[in-house]
Design a binder for this molecule. Structure first.
Ligand SMILES: O=C(O)CCC(=O)C(=O)O
Ligand SMILES: [Fe+2]
Length: 273
């Protein structure tokens, strides 16, 4: 196309204004009216345009917030490449302790960016029983943590629970169906030797709890893991982006084992409290 096309002074001149069309469509229509057709000149994938209405560049890692608005690309970046294998016919789900299931769910990129979102925000709780973020203002077994709401990820996280966690739950705790999952407690926990190194035995206020490893034992930290006391069984060799799923109460009294070096991060949700 030549710029002279635009220099014609007449009522036929090319315009991108139209009462009932967006500017890009109006522009194309005006060209067509003058007999100028547009053609695809390549079939290379050059990426995508984000919707500026919901892409918040002031966030650390705005892409990780896009699970609802740009789902296909979000999955390719942040879902574990092994996620789909969880649904393979005849798949034997890992069960490291009785009724504790273990699934690959998130990619390494998810794990590192999720940690960076939290550390960039930086306002970890002080580990005391007083917690103004909660309805009752009291947390019986406090962790050093940041809640999803504090970093504007609460809606996205509930969507992740519904889309990616619930289908796994339905495969292993058969007959339990609750859609959408409800969860008021969704947070990243940080353990380190001189801050909070461990978590004393407790029940969770959940029907089931999920616990995603955001970093790697013997690489990023030493010690750590989750011990299920009734079964004298612990999961210490947690795997990056893999999620533990276990009942919250009664049978699954558990504790967070001591981190002796480095920093351990996990993502926790108490689902259907
Ligand atoms: O450290 C762990 O893996 C367990 C964490 C836990 O039990 C909790 O946050 O409720
Ligand atoms: Fe717990």
């Amino acid at each position: 196309m030549n710029v002279s096309v635009f220099r014609i002074k007449s009522e036929e001149s090319i315009s991108y204004l139209s009462e009932d069309m967006d500017p890009d469509m109006a522009f194309c229509a005006a060209l067509r009216k003058r007999g100028i057709m547009m053609h695809v000149s390549n079939e290379q994938d050059l990426g995508h345009l984000v919707n500026p209405d919901n892409f918040d560049v002031s966030r650390k890692h705005p892409d990780i917030y896009q699970v609802m608005d740009n789902k296909i690309e979000w999955e390719s970046r942040y879902l574990s490449p092994e996620y789909a294998e969880n649904f393979a016919e005849g798949r034997k789900h890992a069960m490291p302790c009785p009724d504790v299931y273990w699934f690959p769910i998130m990619s390494p990129r998810f794990c590192s960016e999720w940690i960076e979102v939290m550390e960039n925000f930086g306002q970890w709780s002080d580990g005391s029983n007083q917690d103004n973020r909660l309805e009752g203002g009291y947390e019986a077994v406090p962790t050093r943590d940041i809640h999803m709401k504090q970093v504007g990820l609460d809606i996205q996280w509930l969507y992740i629970l519904k889309e990616y966690v619930r289908p796994l739950q339905e495969m292993v705790f058969i007959g339990y169906y609750h859609n959408p999952p409800v969860s008021l407690m969704n947070f990243v926990v940080r353990y380190k030797p001189n801050e909070q190194p461990s978590l004393r035995p407790h029940h969770d206020s959940s029907t089931y709890t999920i616990n995603i490893a955001l970093n790697t034992p013997n690489v990023d930290f030493e010690g750590g893991g989750c011990n299920f006391i009734r079964y004298n069984c612990s999961v210490k060799d947690t795997k990056l982006g893999w999620m533990l799923m276990h009942p919250g109460r009664l049978t699954h009294f558990h504790e967070g084992l001591r981190v002796t070096k480095g920093t351990r991060y996990i993502m926790i949700s108490f689902v259907d409290p």
